[in-house]
Each structure stands twice: as C-alpha cells, then as structure tokens.
Design a protein around this ligand. Structure first.
Ligand code: ZN
Ligand code: ZN
Length: 337
C-alpha cells in the first residue's frame, strides 16, 4: 500500500494535486482542484483514470483547467464519475457542462454525480450526457461525518474552512490494515491457514470459537493476541482559507501524525494583514500549523505571483525556520528573474 503525491502546475501559476493510492491490487487516482494547465503534465490515460475530482472551492484559479478533465472523461462509462466541492458546486458545474453544443449524444450512458458538501451534509445532483446535461436531478442528500468517502483501500475526509466563502480541506487516509503477528502465531504452535481470515475480520463476541488444528479456540482471545494494526499513511490538501486560532486548533488535531501536508503558501509573513484580508495563509502560519500537528513533511504550493522567485525562496526559509521539513515540490525549479 502506498500514497503518492504529485503537485501539478508551476510555481506562481495555478496548481492542483494528484494523489495516487496503490493498494497492490488496485490504483486509485484522486485529483484535488483543477487549475489552468495543471492536467497538461499528465498522460491522457492518467486523466482518464482519475476516480474522483475534489474541489476546494470554485474560484477561477482552481477550476480553469476543468475543460481538460472533462474533454477526457465527459462520456466515460468505464468507471463512476464523481465530483465534490462546497455548496453550489453542482450549480456552477452545470454551467460548465452546458458550455458546449451536445447534439450527437442520444443513447450515451455517461452519468455525472456532483456532491455539494456542507458542514454536516452531502447533497448529490446527477447530470446525464444523453440529456445534454440539461436537467440537474437531485438524487438525495445524507448526513455526513468528517469522512465523505470510505472505501476498502482509502477514505477521504472533508473540513469546511473560511475563505470568505466555504473552502474544503481534504485528508486522504489509507484504510486500516490488520496484520497477523507471525512470531506470536509460531509461539502458540499454530499453523497459518484460512482460519486467519476470521482473526483478521470483525471483532468477535467473547464466546465465539473457531477450530484450529482440531482444537476449538476463542476467536476474541486469538484476535487480541495475534492482530497488529499497520500504521496508516495520510495526505492532506489545504488551500485558500484563513488560518485563525480556531482553524489552527481544529486542523492541529485533524492533521496529527499525517505524513504529508500539501498546503498553500500565498503570502510572506510580512504581508500577514493582506493574507488575512484575502482569507489566505502566510508562510509562517503554514509552518506553525505543521509544527503544531507534528506532521511528517510540509509541501508548499499555490505561491502568489506578486512575489519574485527570490522572495519565494525567502518564504521557504521562513517556513523552514519554524518547521524544517518544509519544502517545495521536488520538480519545481525557478531561476531568478
Ligand atoms: Zn480562492
Ligand atoms: Zn486560490
């Protein structure tokens, strides 16, 4: 199992994040935002392989590359089509869907589900290619907890932050994996076999028994003794919101132990007032959050083009002074101009 990240787009331009979950049996591709030109770096087949598109919010610099995504996938039936974002995502995407002429689509089966997230609900709207995306169909809503998506291999959590408008922070976590401690198994003198499936499975009632090597044994006792839970990796995607004390406290808890945090770095600390006015973060605030949560590494992206490359380097140094494991995406390089 692994979680890999790829920051898309260049420094000072629109950015996005691709997270690839590789379970060994399956690959899942999750795209976070879709700014101008961001998908140009990906092979067509990889764009076709994106399972979910998550928008933080629908400001132009996060959605301008949507046409490239939709060009690749508008008629996709090989997998389900899901798009997520804050309130009004379905309404705004409805306009995007209708921004083209569709006259040869009768009978085509592609269907799109757009999920609007509020603090405690998910409201889903379906759009059909065969209808030229004309009629949004409300397919219902449900209450939600932090996790909006829970699969066999991974889950995605969503947190509504304040950008003057709701902006969604996302966390992708590997699903818990239960392993069997083979040393303890050997100590008990038990041979591995299909019975271990039950030991890995749901927690047993105290009286449930299983026959192992001809002897009845208590399942719960074996589970308590033999099971180990592998550490779960996680990646967070944070962009475009005000990091006030309340947000910092909330995310400090949510991000505890997260291996990789990809976070906006719009403003230098000297411009904190401006950052606050625009509901953004500074390099120092971002690094303080990473330190507070004790994350593994902090990848800074979404740099403002108001600064020159020399100042971007200064921003990185500001962040590293507080949180040494801060970096820019590996492939970014910028010459002084
Ligand atoms: Zn924004
Ligand atoms: Zn932005």
């Amino acid at each position: 199992m692994s979680l890999a990240i790829q920051v898309l787009g260049r420094p000072g331009r629109d950015n996005a994040l691709l997270v690839t979950v590789n379970s060994g049996q399956a690959m899942h591709r999750l795209l976070f935002d879709c700014g101008d030109g961001c998908l140009d770096e990906l092979p067509f087949a990889d764009v076709q392989g994106i399972d979910h598109l998550f928008f933080s919010h629908l400001h132009m610099d996060h959605v301008a590359g949507f046409d490239t995504f939709f060009r690749c996938n508008y008629n996709r039936t090989a997998r389900e089509n899901h798009i997520w974002g804050p309130t009004r995502t379905a309404a705004i995407l409805h306009h995007r869907f209708q921004g083209y002429l569709w006259n040869l689509v009768a009978g085509q089966q592609a269907s799109w589900q757009v999920h609007d997230l509020t603090a405690d609900r998910i409201d889903t709207t379906r759009f059909e290619l065969a209808e030229a995306f004309a009629q949004p169909q409300a397919v219902g809503g449900r209450e939600r907890s932090a996790a909006i998506l829970t699969g066999v291999d991974y889950s995605v959590e969503a947190y509504l932050m304040n950008h003057g408008t709701p902006s969604v922070a996302y966390v992708v976590r590997e699903s818990p994996r239960i392993n069997i401690d083979t040393a303890r198994l050997a100590q008990l003198g038990l041979r591995p076999g299909p019975w271990l499936q039950r030991i890995r499975g749901p927690a047993a009632d105290p009286d449930e028994t299983i026959t192992v090597d001809g002897t009845a044994r208590k399942v719960r006792a074996l589970q308590d003794h033999l099971r180990t839970v592998a550490p779960r990796e996680a990646v967070a995607y944070l962009t475009d919101f005000l990091l006030d004390e309340r947000a910092s406290e909330q995310l400090g808890e949510v991000l505890r132990g997260v291996a990789t945090v990809v976070c906006e770095c719009q403003y230098r600390e000297a411009d904190r007032e401006l950052a606050q006015r625009n509901y953004h973060m500074t390099s120092t605030q971002t690094a303080m959050l990473a330190r507070r949560a004790g994350v593994g590494r902090l990848v800074l992206f979404h740099l403002s083009d108001r600064y020159r490359p020399l100042e971007w380097r200064e921003m990185l140094r500001e962040a590293q002074a507080i949180f040494p494991a801060a970096c820019f995406p590996e492939h970014w390089s910028f010459a002084e101009t």
